[in-house]
Design a protein around this ligand. Structure first.
Ligand code: ADP
Ligand code: MG
Length: 685
C-alpha cells in the first residue's frame, strides 16, 4: 500500500517515536509536510577542484588527510582541529571548530571527499569546517544514482542526512502523489509527482529549475485563489452603513490648512462610498511616501465617528502610533472628537480602557497593545491599519473578534501602505482588495535631491552641506545599518557614528535612536527631534516608516548598498516633507555604484521605482517584508510575471466555479487546507 499524503510520518517505515517527535517539533506531521520539506541546496560531487587550482569559495576536493591535531583556545573557549589535505597536485590546510571527533575520524591511507568553504582564517587560506565522506562510498553511490546530493535544512540535532534517509526510503511512493490542481481547471497530470521527485532527487540543474517552476506556480495559484475566495466571502458579511453627508465632509475639508490633492479627493470619495454599503469595505490605500494618506484616514474616521461610531487605527510601532494620534487629534479635536493613544507604555490603561468601552473615546490609535483581551470597544465600525504588511494574521483576527463582539457586525477595513505594488501585480496579489492610489504629491513639494557619494568625499562635500543645513536651523537624519560594532559586519554603527559626529559638529545637538532602546526612551527622543531640540539624529531604520518631521531635510544613509530599493525609498521619504528643498546622500564604498542606487538618484517616484525594482532584483531580495512577511511565498517571486499571469487565469476560473457551486472546494480538502493560510492574510475575515 503506498503512503497517502495525510498519513502521519510515523507510518513511514523506519520512522520511530524518537524521529517522529523531532519531525513533529519541526512542524512536519504528515507525509505531505515531509514531501514539501525541500532541500535548501544541492551538493555536486562530480565538480571537484584539484588543489593546484583551488580558489576561495565553496569547493569539493578529493584527497588524503594527515597531520591532524586538536588544540584549545582559552579566550573563546573553542576546540580547533587542524590538518593537511593532499591530492596529486598540491596540499592545503583544513580546520574544524568545536568538532574534536574529527581528529580521530580519518584513515590517513584512504581518500575522502571534502566539501566546504575555502576561505581566510586568521590571514591564511584554509578549508573551513568541511563535510567529509569516504571516497569509495561516494563513488559507489554516484554509480547508482546521481552525483547531486540534496542538503536539507537541519532541525536541531537532526541533520540533512537524516532527512535524506527518510526521503530515500519513500522514493517508490513518489509516483503515486496525487494532483493538487482541481480537475475543473487542469486535466490530470503527473506534474506535482514529478516536481517533488525532481526537487528531492535532482540529477542536474534542469531538474531543480523544473521543480521550482511547478512549485512556484502551485503557490501562486493558492495565493490568488485565496484572495478571490476572500472577496466572495467578504461580500456575504454585514457591516454598519455609514451615511455619506457631503456637507459635513466639506466642512471638515475646509478646516484643513491645505487644499486636498485630486488623488486625495478621489480616494476619499471611493472610501466614503464604500462605507455607505452594508458589505464591509476592504480597501487598500496605496500612496507613495509623503502623498498624504493620514488626512484621507482622518476624513474617513470623521465620517464614521460623526455617525456615532468608533474607529481604531493600528500602527506597527509606538513611534508611529504616537505620531498618528497627535496629527489626528489636531485635525479632529476641533470637531469634538476624542482621540486616545494606547501603546505599551501608556499610563492609566484601565481608565482609558473604560473610556473606550463606554464610547467616550471615539478614535483609538495604538499598536498591538490595543488588542489585548481586556480592551473592549463600544461601537467599532471602521478599522484602519497603517503599513498593513507589518501585521500578522493573529492580530487582524483579534481586531475582527473585538469588533464583532461590540456590534455583531464586521468592521469596514482600510489598509494603508507606502510600498507601491506594480500595477501588473496588484490584481494578482491583492485580488480581494479594492485599491485607491495616491499618485500625486501635494503641491509645492520639491523632489528630494539624491546623490551617491563615497566616504572620501565627506570632508569636501558632505560636512559643509551638513553645516549649511544646521546653520539654516534644519535637522539631519544619519542612518546606520547596525547599532554597535559586532564583528560580523563592517558597516558603520549608530554609536560610533554619533561619537564621530560629536567631534566634528561640536555645537550641534546630536542623539541616537535604535530598535533596542526602551520604547519610552525612543518616544522621548522622537519627541525632542520633532520639537527641534535635536539637530542630528543618528538612527537605524527605526525611522523607516511614516515618521514625519517636516523640518528635517537632510539625510545621510551610510552603507547604502546594504538596503533594498524599496527600503531606501522609504527612508528617503522622511525628508522633503515640508516646503524646503531636501537632500539625501547615499554613501557607498564601491567604485561602481549599484543599479539600485542609480535608480534612486534618478527618480523620486515610488511607482516607477517599484517597477524598476521588479526588473532589477534577484528572487526574494526586495519587497522583503511584503514578499516574505505577509505573503510568505517560499518558491515564487513577485517578479515571475508570466507565472503570475498563468496562475491568475486558472485561479479565476476555479473561483468562478466555486461561486456557482460552493461545494466544489470541499472535494479538494488538501487545496482547501493550503489556501487557508493565505485566506487570512488580506482580510479580517
Ligand atoms: P504619508 O502618505 O507618507 O503618510 P502624511 O499623511 O504623513 O504622508 O503627509 C505628509 C505631509 O504632507 C504632512 O505634513 C501633511 O500634513 C501634508 N499634507 C498632506 N496632504 C497635503 C496637501 N493636500 N497639501 C499640502 N500638504 C499636505
Ligand atoms: Mg504615513
Amino acid at each position: 500500500m503506498p503512503l497517502s499524503l495525510t498519513d502521519p510520518v510515523s507510518n513511514i517505515h523506519g520512522v520511530g517515536p524518537k524521529t517522529e517527535a523531532i519531525l513533529n517539533k519541526a512542524g512536519i506531521k504528515t507525509v505531505r509536510d515531509l514531501l514539501y520539506y525541500l532541500p535548501r541546496t544541492y551538493e555536486n560531487f562530480t565538480e571537484t577542484t584539484t588543489l593546484s587550482e583551488i580558489k576561495p569559495g565553496k569547493v569539493v576536493i578529493r584527497g588524503k588527510i594527515s597531520d591532524l591535531k586538536t588544540s584549545h583556545t582559552r579566550r573563546r573557549n573553542l576546540t580547533i582541529t587542524e590538518g593537511v589535505i593532499r591530492d596529486a597536485t598540491d596540499a592545503i590546510r583544513v580546520v574544524w571548530f568545536n568538532q574534536p571527533y574529527r581528529a580521530k575520524q580519518f584513515d590517513e591511507t584512504k581518500e575522502y571527499y571534502f566539501i566546504g568553504n575555502y576561505d581566510l582564517n586568521h590571514g591564511h587560506y584554509q578549508l573551513i569546517s568541511p563535510k567529509a565522506e569516504l571516497a569509495v562510498d561516494v563513488d559507489r553511490k554516484n554509480a547508482h544514482n546521481s552525483s547531486f546530493r540534496p542538503v536539507y535544512p537541519a532541525r536541531g540535532a537532526f541533520k540533512s542526512e537524516g532527512f535524506h534517509k527518510i526521503i530515500e526510503s519513500i522514493r517508490p511512493d513518489f509516483a503515486s502523489i496525487p494532483d493538487l490542481f482541481p480537475k475543473e481547471v487542469m486535466a490530470k497530470t503527473s506534474a506535482r509527482a514529478e516536481a517533488l521527485f525532481k526537487a528531492h532527487f535532482a540529477e542536474n540543474d534542469n531538474d531543480i529549475r523544473t521543480a521550482r517552476e511547478y512549485l512556484a506556480y502551485e503557490e501562486l495559484f493558492e495565493l490568488i485563489l485565496a484572495s478571490k475566495l476572500n472577496k466572495q466571502e467578504n461580500q456575504k458579511l454585514q457591516a454598519k452603513t455609514i451615511p455619506f453627508f457631503p456637507d459635513d465632509i466639506k466642512l471638515f475639508v475646509n478646516s484643513l490648512k491645505f487644499k486636498l490633492t485630486n488623488a486625495q479627493r478621489l480616494a476619499t470619495y471611493e472610501i466614503l462610498k464604500d462605507l455607505e454599503k452594508t458589505t464591509p469595505m476592504n480597501r487598500l490605500l496605496q500612496g507613495d511616501v509623503g502623498s498624504g494618506k493620514t488626512v484621507v484616514a482622518a476624513i474617513s474616521a470623521y465620517s464614521a465617528i460623526r455617525s456615532g461610531h468608533q474607529v481604531a487605527l493600528l500602527a506597527p510601532t509606538a513611534i508611529l502610533a504616537a505620531q498618528h494620534a497627535e496629527s489626528l487629534a489636531k485635525l479632529l479635536e476641533p470637531f469634538n472628537i476624542k482621540v486616545a493613544l494606547l501603546i505599551g507604555s501608556t499610563k492609566q490603561k484601565t481608565t482609558l480602557k473604560n473610556q473606550i468601552k463606554s464610547g467616550e473615546v471615539n478614535l483609538i490609535v495604538g499598536t498591538h497593545a490595543l488588542l489585548t483581551d481586556d480592551t473592549e470597544f463600544n461601537s467599532m465600525a471602521l478599522t484602519i491599519i497603517d503599513e498593513q504588511h507589518r501585521f500578522g494574521v493573529d492580530q487582524r483576527q483579534k481586531l475582527l473578534e473585538k469588533t464583532v463582539k461590540s456590534t455583531g457586525l464586521a468592521p469596514h477595513l482600510l489598509m494603508m501602505t507606502a510600498t507601491p505594488i506594480p500595477r501588473s501585480l496588484q490584481l494578482a496579489v491583492f485580488g480581494d482588495l479594492d485599491v485607491s492610489v495616491l499618485n500625486e504629491l501635494p503641491a509645492g513639494r520639491q523632489p528630494v535631491l539624491t546623490k551617491i557619494i563615497s566616504e572620501l568625499q565627506f570632508v569636501e562635500t558632505l560636512y559643509p552641506t551638513v553645516s549649511a543645513y544646521l546653520a539654516k536651523k534644519q535637522q539631519v537624519y544619519w542612518i546606520c545599518k547596525i547599532i554597535e560594532e559586532n564583528g560580523q559586519s563592517d558597516a558603520v554603527s549608530v554609536k560610533k557614528q554619533a561619537r564621530k559626529l560629536e567631534g566634528i559638529f561640536r555645537k550641534a545637538r546630536i542623539a541616537f535612536i535604535h530598535g533596542r532602546m526602551k520604547s519610552n526612551e525612543k518616544d522621548d527622543i522622537m519627541k525632542k527631534f520633532a520639537a527641534g531640540k535635536i539637530d542630528i539624529l543618528v538612527s537605524t531604520t527605526v525611522v523607516e516608516v511614516g515618521v514625519n518631521v517636516p523640518n528635517a531635510n537632510l539625510m545621510v544613509i551610510m552603507d547604502a548598498d546594504d538596503y533594498g530599493l524599496a527600503q531606501l525609498h522609504q527612508l528617503r521619504g522622511r525628508v522633503g516633507r515640508g516646503h524646503d528643498s531636501a537632500i539625501c546622500y547615499l554613501v557607498t564604498n564601491h567604485d561602481q555604484p549599484s543599479r539600485r542606487l542609480k535608480e534612486l538618484e534618478k527618480s523620486n517616484d515610488g511607482f516607477y521605482l517599484a517597477e524598476a525594482d521588479l526588473k532589477l532584483r534577484g528572487p526574494g531580495e526586495i519587497y522583503g517584508s511584503l514578499q516574505h512577511g505577509a505573503l510568505n511565498l517560499q518558491f515564487a517571486s513577485l517578479s515571475d510575471s508570466h507565472l503570475i499571469a498563468a496562475a491568475s487565469k486558472s485561479a479565476n476560473a476555479f473561483a468562478a466555479i466555486c461561486a456557482k457551486e460552493p461545494k466544489t472546494l470541499n472535494r479538494y480538502p488538501e487545496l482547501m487546507q493550503c489556501i487557508k493560510q493565505y485566506q487570512q492574510l488580506t482580510t479580517l475575515n
